[in-house]
Write a protein that binds this ligand. Structure first.
Ligand code: MFK
Length: 560
């Protein structure tokens, strides 16, 4: 008897097999940009199933290594990475993933197109997308605040397409006190007498520690406590001999996932640094950086979902159980279809945010769009991260035992998804950011306007499905607006306790209406399945969050 072996799932060109992305690009991208965008994405989609994927697997199985001393006892703090990690960096430069956002050849569509490219690159990058996120954020901060020739030179490196010139940047915010309450940063900056500074302090999570430069926060001696007394600094990691410049690496973190990415604990022992954008208000200045990395996070979340789904769908077409393919079992097909609808809703929200970012950066956004971007940035980050983890977990189950076996590569999908809800702000910290932006910057009317404008555009749609789904989303959106106002009027602690449910539901409703708007367009263009996806998204996502009326009981439950 022939032994049976299960076929492994395979990847094809990750753009050409992605009919939904193609459909979305066809709908949104202005005609003159479309052909070139399709060609560029097809080339990247091919690499994502070819050389990038090979390098990503090699980098994952050969994680970075910290070498503190040379054989003769000198402190060197070398971080060795596999050659494949460097190839992934070169490929990112060649593909212009960061560069395209600053060349702005597609005008206000540049960020949108960048999101599509990152979406193709990320799942085959062993999380090289993380250094790219910080690089892009650093480029934005330097574009806004980099007022010295050395910073302008660094900006040119960060936005280069030439692998021999391309630099990456770290973003070092987290200290031992934690990653959220950044205002408590303890690193001190002392003037060096030549217009620069020397930094002293310990940074607790420094990802991409092999980068050429970093952006960090420190308090100039004598400046006030709290976030306003912090300043933003630019530093180069190495001196002219290529040695770490007054930086001591303690160790690399032993993380749940993102295994190829070097993340270190280190101390700045008088590291030379330059002040960026003047003294003080460091948190506000570094926000220009982390608002970019948060959008990267969201793109990575949807593209991770997509990759997981592609593998699960391919497998469902190959694996036979109970006499037929998994794909032919209605329950399995329904599971995959629902996951697909969740992924699609998230993708619509991500691309909407990227579109707003492009408009703001090109000076084409009105005030309402600027506020919407401010509000959607934390929302899209927290929402897609949560859905990304849930979708990936469900996909592992689609593989049965194989989904739990490391060398299938499948568990990595889940381990790497888990970080998305943690780095660049946890779900709760981002909910608080949403709240602050609503109260201080009056951002909520912009979301209402955007939601209502989509809903109104669907008012005369002949499809009963469209009308029914739209009404469901409208009623849900309005009820969570009312909940916000009700809790706000009662007690700030009550509002805070309910924030997560409220913010997640706004995210669900806005993603849902964007997906429905797209589905109505797709339906008119002969694709009825998009409508089903929008309906399911609204039905599965719009569940009621428990509303807390009594914060004392909440604390009892949380603490006992
Ligand atoms: C991929 C693999 C990674 C490997 C593993 C990594 C594991 C995780 C490692 C980490 O630790 S990641 C954690 C990274 N940390 C963060 O993302 C920060 C999270 N915390 C926040 O976002 C807090 O909300 C924040 C630090 C910003 C709170 O700061 P403050 O100073 O207490 O709040 P405040 O006073 O509201 O803000 C100060 C200024 O910044 C204000 O401007 P003004 O000075 O003009 O008044 C705010 O308007 C501005 N600001 C704050 N958040 C902003 C913002 N501006 C724009 N956008 C925002 N989101």
């Amino acid at each position: 008897m022939d032994p049976f072996f299960q076929e492994a799932p395979q990847l094809g060109n990750q753009f050409e097999t992605d009919t939904f992305l193609q459909q979305v690009m066809t709908r949104f991208l202005p005609e003159p940009l479309r052909d070139a965008a399709f060609r560029e994405c097809a080339a990247l989609g091919e690499r994502a199933a070819g050389d990038l994927l090979t390098w990503a697997r090699q980098a994952e199985t050969h994680p970075p290594r910290h070498v503190p001393y040379d054989p003769w006892g000198r402190r060197i703090d070398d971080i060795e990475t596999h050659a494949a990690w460097d190839r992934l960096k070169d490929a990112a430069a060649e593909s212009g993933i960061v560069a395209c956002a600053y060349e702005r050849k597609q005008g206000a569509w540049s960020r949108w197109l960048q999101a599509c490219k990152l979406y193709l690159y990320h799942p085959s990058s062993a999380i090289f997308s993380c250094p790219l996120a910080m690089t892009d954020g650093a480029a934005r901060a330097l574009e806004l605040y980099g007022d010295e020739p050395e910073m302008q030179a660094a900006y040119a490196h960060l936005t280069s397409r030439d692998p021999s010139l391309f630099w990456t940047s770290g973003q070092w915010m987290t200290e031992r006190r934690g990653g959220s309450d950044v205002g408590g940063t303890q690193t001190v900056a002392r003037p060096d007498g030549n217009g620069g500074y020397r930094l002293y302090g310990t940074k607790w999570f420094t990802s991409a520690t092999t980068s050429e430069m970093a952006m960090t926060l420190a308090r100039i001696e004598g400046d006030p406590s709290g976030s306003k007394g912090l300043s933003l600094f630019f530093l180069k990691l190495r001196d002219d001999q290529g040695r770490l410049d007054h930086i001591e690496v303690h160790r690399l973190k032993d993380k749940l996932g993102t295994k190829a990415l070097p993340t270190a604990e280190l101390t700045l022992n008088g590291t030379p640094a330059r002040l960026v954008g003047g003294r003080g208000s460091g948190v506000r200045k570094i926000a220009s950086l982390f608002n970019i990395t948060r959008i990267y996070n969201a793109v990575c979340a949807v593209s991770g979902m997509r990759r997981a789904l592609v593998l699960a769908k391919d497998y469902a077409g190959k694996r036979h159980a109970f006499g037929k393919r998994l794909a032919d079992h209605p329950l399995h097909a329904m599971t995959l279809a629902k996951l697909e609808s969740e992924f699609r809703g998230c993708l619509m929200l991500v691309l909407r945010t990227a579109r707003l970012l492009g408009k703001v950066e090109c000076g084409e956004a009105n005030e309402s769009e600027e506020r919407l971007l401010r509000l959607l940035t934390p929302i899209v980050k927290l929402f897609t991260a949560k859905i990304g983890i849930a979708v990936t977990s469900e996909v592992l189950e689609c593989f049965g035992g194989a989904g739990y076996v490391e060398d299938t590569g499948l568990p990595q999908l889940l381990r790497d998804a888990q970080v998305l809800a943690i780095w660049e702000g946890t779900t709760n910290v981002l909910c608080l950011d949403v709240w602050r932006s609503i109260e201080r910057e009056q951002t909520l009317p912009a979301l209402c306007e955007a939601f209502n404008s989509c809903a109104q555009g669907l008012n005369n749609n002949p499809s009963a499905d469209v009308t029914h789904t739209k009404e469901k989303l409208q009623s849900r959106f309005e009820s969570y607006l009312a909940l916000y106002q009700q809790a706000r009027a009662q007690d700030p602690a009550l509002l805070e306790a309910n924030l997560r449910g409220i913010v997640l539901n706004w995210a669900r409703c806005y993603s849902g209406i964007l997906l429905l708007e797209h589905a109505a367009w797709a339906n008119d263009n002969g694709d009825g399945s998009s409508l089903l996806a929008a309906r399911w998204f609204a039905e599965t996502q719009c569940t009621t969050a428990p509303f807390c009326q009594d914060t004392v009981a909440v604390h009892q439950l949380a603490e006992n």
